[in-house]
Design a protein around this ligand. Structure first.
Ligand code: NAD
Length: 470
């Protein structure tokens, strides 16, 4: 097997073993070794061993990269992944069974099935914010569907990337699963190759690069992107519940979550009351000085720290606002009097800064959301079910949670993905298996009978009977 690492030369060019890597994986795929249920289950077992035996190493790497508190790291990166492995292992045999479907009159007699077959050699490219989960969760789908895979962790979360490169090949079948570390040159080299599927998670700019590269080979893609996920708080909301859950969802992983509430649209009748409660919640969660709290993560690097610090300039800070680049710290911050054209509203914040915007009604909140790109997630806090329904029917989003934040991604029955600028395709649970499978149509026909109406020479009488079949 070729070397694991695609090596950059000092000039920035890549001395690329990518063609050899893909060639070797393809040759292995073609032996059929990855197709049997037994191989797939053995790899899922191996993944579970990896997670269990290296749990502390994973937590340490996440702490080093993002200052992730162990509870956040375990829940969002290890726990979620373990339950996905267990669910997939339990259901895989039934997912793999050919699915019998109805046969049309025209095709009768016969039996129709959908077979799920692996696509071949797949590529998984991950970002840095949940750097472990976003490699392993898609990999579960790729393996479960019987594919070979290359995973490319984010170079920005370098400790997790190194950990995955070191350990994954020791647990999994190296002939089928490979890790490539590196950044832009390495990913560019990988993207030149012909893949059978690419699942990319990250920002939309690179999403476009991935899709363009994939188009050259007609490779299908899933793009798991981001954007500004709004959170609407109606005057009918239970404000204590809303404040607690919004603060939790926003400041988890210091706001570096693709589905974090990016900003709040709150009814002006409850604007001050919500803000007061959110300020108290921040104190309750992280104490008087969140910098000292072991439960509050850090910004991934200085570049993102500088970007977030810039976004804070000239804003009306209710609480927080303190920054310390030497510690990559930005305090949990709430902003008020935010205008739609402020800098903080022009890009995904992806950090612990929460703008609050006052609106006069649910309809004006819907109008606000619809003036922007379709979000990955949209949250609605409202006691009034009619208000919830108006938001659901008046907007579009990758996913929506009513009266809470991002817990939808922990429900394996719910496909997780974006729409429009927030992405295309979805995965999690059975949907991961489907994403990495081809649905092959199979019609099984007996040799007899062979109704003559299908075949030339045609006649008025045949046409008459043919029409009855539709
Ligand atoms: P990132 O910078 O780590 O980039 C993601 C991947 O793309 C990395 O592996 C990187 O090496 C590669 N890459 C970067 N530039 C490239 C280029 N020019 N050509 C080829 N490959 C390149 O992560 P990021 O994009 O900053 O991640 C944050 C974004 O991801 C946010 O927008 C967030 O909302 C989104 N996100 C989405 C999800 C989801 O599930 N939908 C999950 C997490 C993050």
């Amino acid at each position: 097997m070729p070397e694991l690492r695609v090596v950059s030369t000092p000039s920035g060019d890549v001395d690329s073993p990518a063609p050899a890597l893909v060639g070797a994986l393809r040759a292995y795929f073609e032996t059929g070794a990855t197709k049997p249920l037994s191989w797939r289950l053995s790899q899922l077992d191996a993944l579970e061993h990896f997670l269990k035996e290296r749990e502390q190493d994973i937590l340490d790497a996440l702490r080093a990269d993002l200052g992730k508190p162990a509870a956040e790291a375990f829940g969002a990166e290890i726990g979620l992944t373990l339950s996905e492995i267990r669910l997939t292992r339990k259901k895989l045999a039934s997912w793999m069974k050919p699915e019998r479907v109805r046969t049309s009159l025209l095709a009768m007699p016969g039996r129709s099935y959908i077979y799920r077959e692996p696509l071949g050699v797949t590529l998984i490219i991950a970002p840095w914010n949940y750097p472990f989960q976003l490699v392993v969760l898609p990999l579960i789908g790729a393996i479960a569907a019987g594919n070979c895979a290359v995973v490319k962790p984010s170079e920005i979360s370098s400790n997790v990337s190194a950990l995955i490169a070191k350990w994954l090949p020791k647990y999994l079948d190296r002939r089928a699963v490979q890790v490539v570390e590196g950044g832009v040159p390495e990913t560019t080299a990988l993207l030149r190759e012909k893949w059978d599927y690419i699942l990319y998670t990250g920002n939309g700019t690179v999403g476009r690069i991935v899709m363009e590269a994939a188009a050259k080979h007609l490779t299908p893609v899933t793009l798991e992107l981001g954007g500004k996920s709004p959170c609407i708080v109606d005057e009918s909301a239970d404000l204590d519940v809303a404040a607690k859950r919004i603060v939790y969802g926003k400041f988890f992983n210091a706001g570096q979550t693709c589905v974090a509430p990016d900003y709040v649209l709150v009814h002006d009748h409850v604007h001050d009351a919500l803000i007061n409660r959110m300020v108290s919640m921040i104190r309750e969660f992280y104490g008087d000085d969140p910098k000292q709290s072991p439960d509050f993560a850090r910004i991934v690097n200085e570049r993102h720290h500088a970007r977030l610090t810039r976004l804070l300039g000239n804003t009306d800070v209710v609480t927080g606002g303190e920054t310390d680049v030497s510690d990559r710290y930005i305090a949990p911050t709430i902003l008020k009097n935010v205008k739609e054209d402020d800098a903080v509203m022009q890009e995904e914040i992806f950090g612990p800064i929460l703008p609050v915007i006052s609106v006069s009604s649910v309809e004006s909140a819907i109008g606000f959301v619809n003036r922007h790109e379709k979000p990955l997630a949209l949250y609605v806090f409202a006691g009034d079910e009619a208000a919830q329904d108006r938001v659901l029917s008046g907007t579009s989003a990758g996913g929506t949670v009513l009266n809470h934040v991002w817990l939808h991604l922990s429900v394996p029955e719910l496909p997780f993905g974006g729409v429009g600028e927030s992405g295309m395709g979805a995965y999690h649970g059975r949907q991961s298996f489907e994403t990495f499978s081809h649905r092959r149509s199979v019609l099984k026909k007996p040799t007899l009978p062979d109704p003559p109406i299908l075949f030339p020479p045609y006649s008025a009488r045949k046409l008459h009977w043919l029409k009855k079949l539709f």
